[in-house]
Structure formats: structure tokens, C-alpha cells
Design a protein around this ligand. Structure first.
Ligand code: SAH
Length: 256
């Protein structure tokens, strides 16, 4: 196999995709297999970590809500230190490194220290989940806009989501499980119909994937009743409805 690494110590910010190793880019797969040092998140699947060579050192910097094993500054410092010591550092992140992944901060820290950085994109979980659940994020008949938002509790009330959800629009919420009741309330207060469809996709692209559907007014209930666990995405919009599939097809036939 062709050597993927540069000569000097470099940090590779690599997207590991949503979980299924088949969804890695070829570049990501090569880097993982050749890496001497992999610094990874909790979201990176076991199957992907198992692709690392026998001599690779794996360092987990897993983050969980309210339980940070390693603060971001310490992660940045680790990447910079190892690269300055001449190592090729693969920083492996779930999904895409630049979508709610703090990849921007890590790249900045490297640049500030004069360390070369390369970013390798990954399939962000919104795209992986949509594909696995066969939910079109855009659709000629029912969605011409798609937005990705972060739904953590912190700062949720200050975020302006007006106009992001509703007819003709798809809203994908990352990290929204814990604040789902607040999110539903916020969207309905902003004018969204309580009947608007929602899909919750847990463990997208893995064998444990579940897809649950409800009207937005029932979002919190379905999450509680089904004991949905992280990682999960919430997709809000007409495209999330099962029943709508046939209607959308009909609407297109009429539109033609
Ligand atoms: N950089 C990542 C996102 C990190 S934020 C990406 O591009 O996907 C973490 C959030 O991503 C989780 O809280 C969850 O909302 C979502 N997520 C990541 N992997 C997922 C998966 N396999 N299934 C469902 N949601 C996932």
C-alpha cells in the first residue's frame, strides 16, 4: 500500500463516519491502518479501532456529557506535543471532524504551534443516519432546505432556530436527546405544528440502529418510553414521516 504519511510530524484530523467501517473514506482507512498513534473519541466504533495495526498506540479522549475525561486544551496540547516530537498523529473523530467535532479548534491549535495539519472529511452522522433510515433530507415535493443544529442544553434558549423547521424544511438536531422536551417546546412556540413529523435515529449505521417516529409533540414521550440512548439524532420535517412517503410520491406525480 502506498505510504500515506508526510515526512515531518503532522496531525491528521480524520472523520471516522457514523460507525460502520464501510463508510470510512479510503484516505481515512489508509491512515488508520498505518498510524502509529491514534487519538480517538468515544464515538469511534470498535470495528474501526480494530483496523489499527498491531503496533499502534490508541489513546481515548472520550467525552461524555458532563463527564470530560480530557479537557479540550489537554487534547490540543497532546496532539501538538506528539507531532512536534516527529509523530504522525491520527486524530480520529466520529462523523466529520468539522461538524460539531471541535476539529476547528484542534486545527487552530496545531497551526498556532507550527504543526502541519490535514483534515480528512468523514460521513457526518446526519448523512449516515438519513441514508440508513432512508429519509431524504431534501425532497422535490417536501423539503428544499436542510439545517444542522446542536441541541445541547447549554445556551439552547438563546439559539435562534426560527425558520429552520417547518413546511418544506428539514432540521437535523445533533446532541439533542437530553434537551428533547425543551427542543420540542421551543420549536412549537416558534410556530411549528405539534403534528410535524420527527424521526429519532439511535446508533445510526450500526447493527443496534433504531428508528423511532412521532409527531413533535410526542418527541419527549417516545424518547423516554423507548429509553433512547446517545448517540442519537433527531430529524424534524415532513421527510421524517413514514406515511408521507406515498403522499410525496403522489405530489410529485401531480407536479409533473
Ligand atoms: N462530528 C460528528 C458529530 C459529533 S457531536 C458528526 O459529524 O457526526 C455528537 C452527536 O452526533 C451525538 O450526540 C449524536 O447526535 C450524533 N451522532 C454521532 N454518531 C451517531 C450515530 N451513529 N447515530 C446517531 N447519532 C450520532
Amino acid at each position: 500500500m502506498e505510504e500515506s504519511f508526510a515526512i515531518a510530524g503532522t496531525v491528521y484530523l480524520v472523520g471516522a463516519g457514523p460507525g460502520d467501517p464501510d463508510l470510512l473514506t479510503l484516505r481515512a482507512a489508509r491512515l488508520v491502518m498505518q498510524a502509529g498513534l491514534i487519538v480517538h473519541d468515544g464515538l469511534v466504533s470498535e470495528e474501526i479501532l480494530a483496523m489499527a495495526g498491531p503496533k499502534a498506540r490508541l489513546v481515548s479522549v472520550a467525552k461524555r456529557r458532563s463527564r470530560h475525561t480530557m479537557p479540550q486544551d489537554a487534547i490540543n496540547a497532546l496532539l501538538v506535543r506528539e507531532a512536534l516530537a516527529g509523530k504522525q498523529v491520527v486524530r480520529l473523530k466520529g462523523g466529520d471532524p468539522l461538524v460539531f467535532g471541535r476539529g476547528g479548534e484542534e486545527a487552530e491549535a496545531c497551526r498556532a504551534a507550527g504543526v502541519p495539519v490535514e483534515v480528512v472529511p468523514g460521513v457526518t452522522s446526519a448523512l449516515g443516519a438519513a441514508a440508513a433510515a432512508q429519509i431524504p433530507l431534501t425532497h422535490r415535493a417536501s423539503a428544499s432546505v436542510v439545517s444542522f443544529v446542536a441541541g445541547q442544553c447549554k445556551g439552547l434558549t438563546e439559539q435562534d432556530w426560527s425558520g429552520l423547521a417547518g413546511k418544506g424544511r428539514t432540521l437535523v438536531i445533533y446532541m439533542g436527546l437530553a434537551s428533547a422536551p425543551l427542543i420540542a417546546e421551543k420549536l412549537i412556540t416558534d410556530g411549528l405544528s405539534p403534528e410535524m413529523s420527527v424521526a429519532v435515529i439511535e446508533n445510526a449505521t450500526s447493527k443496534a440502529m433504531r428508528v423511532l417516529r412521532a409527531p413533535i409533540a410526542g418527541l419527549a414521550d417516545v424518547i423516554e418510553r423507548e429509553r433512547v440512548k446517545s448517540p442519537a439524532l433527531i430529524i424534524v420535517g415532513e421527510v421524517a414521516s413514514d406515511a408521507d412517503h406515498e403522499l410525496r410520491t403522489l405530489a410529485l406525480e401531480f407536479a409533473e
